[in-house]
Design a protein around this ligand. Structure first.
Ligand SMILES: C[S@@+](CC[C@H](N)C(=O)[O-])C[C@H]1O[C@@H](n2cnc3c(N)ncnc32)[C@H](O)[C@@H]1O
Length: 215
């Protein structure tokens, strides 16, 4: 199961990712981040957002952690183009184009305090490849924040997702990815990947957030 690169290069996807930022990262997400993730990473952490899309999570992180060093990785040219055009008052993140299905990722061993994937791991052929790379790239004491979809009954998925325009069933092509793992299955994957859960939440009814550290 692979999503094609062209899907992520479609300008309507970039627009969609950019236009509904408030809904996609609600206050509950940031409350979880502030309570569970931020206390572990200090004031000047090195953070990488894998599958950074149009760069808006990085922009929010730059606002919250102005002394952080930020990096964005994505497979899509169109997403990276959008990210590069954003105005980061303290200096732009470093961006790299890379397919997360392929290891190694272009990041040095032990160089990151925090790895984030948001709405991305569900699209990867084998999330354990990602987890192996996250372990390699984290510094001692570093952590991983997974924010992703959880499996729901189809009617709930459609109701909670919202479609494009007036059609709530539009973009059904993503449903098998979004509905791939339950909270317990995400935690099972993290355990298999050598991670211990440090905190969990459901910031959106359709999503899980799990903070974890290497075991
Ligand atoms: C649903 S978007 C999420 C974007 C962003 N993380 C957010 O939450 O706003 C999924 C992103 O993952 C990227 N992506 C999907 N598969 C990927 C892969 N195999 N390697 C790298 N990036 C990938 C897409 O290009 C897209 O930017």
């Amino acid at each position: 199961m692979t999503t094609t690169g062209s899907r992520w290069n479609d300008s309507s996807m970039v627009e969609r990712m950019s236009s509904n930022r408030g809904r996609r990262y609600p206050p509950e997400f940031w409350a979880f981040f502030d309570a569970t993730v931020r206390p572990r990473i200090g004031d000047a952490p090195a953070i990488a957002d894998f599958g950074c899309g149009p760069g808006l999570l990085l922009l929010d992180l730059a606002g919250r952690l102005p002394d952080s060093t930020l990096r964005g990785v994505d497979v899509s040219n169109a997403m990276l183009e959008n990210a590069r055009a954003l105005d980061f008052p303290g200096g732009a993140p470093t961006y790299v184009q890379h397919d997360l299905n392929t290891a190694p990722y272009p990041v040095e061993d032990g160089s990151l305090d925090l790895c984030i994937t948001a709405n991305v791991a569900c699209f990867l052929d084998n999330p354990l490849v990602l987890l192996g790379e996250v372990r390699r790239m984290l510094r001692p004491g570093g952590g991983y924040l997974l924010f992703d979809w959880r499996r729901q009954a189809l009617a709930d998925y459609i109701e909670n997702r919202g479609g494009l325009g007036d059609d709530p069933t539009s973009m059904m092509g993503l449903q098998p990815f979004h509905n791939r793992f339950t909270m317990d299955e995400w935690k099972w994957l993290l355990a298999e990947g050598g991670f211990e859960v440090a905190g969990e939440a459901q910031p959106r009814v359709s999503h899980v957030a799990i903070a974890s550290v290497p075991r």
